[in-house]
Design a protein around this ligand. Structure first.
Ligand code: SAH
Length: 306
């Protein structure tokens, strides 16, 4: 298969709305330790949350112990050791989310091509490539993120298969029907779903697979709660109701094959993160309150392009 113009420098970025400029500004400036410190551990940088049970023993590390003996400069103090273990545990949970998403993309061959919509610093595309050997195109509206991710791929020597582009995921300019699978990992809340799913449907071949993991507000609760509105303000995003996903998928030839409520699996991550003083961003209690009051859900949706 030949794909024209996979070079990140070649395409013009289509005109962006003022809102999209603000989103790009946000991600160009973003340097949160919760993203950078976790990513540094194995050079897999994620900008999503985590799922699964926490190993709570990480909180005990060093709690009663004395600092390591002096004169051993390479050893960490007890407090540093505890922080390092919490950081690693949060990263493990974020990685588990990336892996869960990737399992639903397959089966794929090394000849297949996948599209990572709203790719952040690029970890998700690397995870998919390592699992399937496939080609990947990640797209972010942040030039800084695209450059960062490109450099990571180069260092890993996978830049001949994994490429990142500074583009609008609603209007990628990529060839129609060229992709076996595509996804959004926590990036649907920045765009209108109708436009987003139209672009995925255009890019996916018939029988191709679309996967999203996203926070959504629960129609059964009513409208967006105070907590959902606070999350929107924090990230400059617009969290959609659950119903809107299925309406917009159906209108764009994307038929769900698997839907999973990940809310319960997402809570432990936040319970740990709220206690990670060195990594908190101030939104932790809001997420926990939103999950607890039933206004917010964490959802996995897997759909086939028909
Ligand atoms: N999927 C990534 C990053 C999620 S953060 C991960 O799991 O790590 C949200 C991402 O969406 C950011 O990278 C942001 O730049 C991107 N984004 C938001 N609006 C976009 C748009 N219109 N086009 C492309 N990327 C967009």
């Amino acid at each position: 298969m030949t794909i024209a113009d996979a070079d990140s420098t070649a395409a013009q970025i289509p005109p962006q709305s003022t809102y999209q400029h603000r989103v790009a500004d946000y991600w160009n400036a973003e340097e949160n330790p919760v993203n950078l410190e976790l990513g540094k551990l194995d050079d897999l940088y994620h900008h999503h949350y985590g799922i699964g049970e926490v190993d709570w023993s990480v909180l005990d590390t060093g709690a009663r112990g004395a600092p390591d003996p002096e004169g051993a400069p390479e050893s960490l103090s007890a407090a540093d050791h505890r922080r390092a273990r919490i950081t690693a545990e949060l990263h493990r949970l974020e990685q588990a989310q990336a892996e869960l998403l990737a399992t639903h993309l397959g089966p794929l061959t090394p000849e297949d091509r996948v599209f990572d919509a709203g790719c952040g610093r690029g970890g998700g595309s690397v995870v998919a490539h390592l699992r399937y050997g496939c080609f990947a195109d990640g797209v972010t509206i942040s030039a800084k993120q695209a450059d960062f991710a490109t450099e990571q791929a180069r260092r890993r020597r996978i830049d001949h298969k994994v490429r990142y582009h500074h583009r609008n995921m609603l209007d990628t300019g990529f060839p129609s029907g060229a992709y076996a699978a595509s996804w959004n990992n926590e990036s649907t809340m920045y765009v209108e779903l109708e436009l987003l799913f139209a672009e995925h449907a255009r890019l996916l071949r018939r029988g191709g697979r679309y996967v999203t993991i996203t926070g959504c507000y629960d129609d059964a609760y009513g409208r967006a709660s105070r907590e959902v509105s606070l999350i929107n303000a924090h990230y400059i995003c617009d969290i959609h109701p659950r119903s809107e996903y299925f309406r917009a998928l159906a209108r764009n030839r994307l038929v769900p094959v698997h839907v999973q409520d990940l809310t319960a699996a997402a809570v432990p991550y936040w319970e740990l993160r709220r206690q990670a003083e060195h990594l908190t961003t101030g939104i932790e209690e809001t997420f926990l309150a939103a999950y607890a009051n039933g206004s917010f859900q964490y959802l996995l949706i897997v759909a086939d392009r028909v």
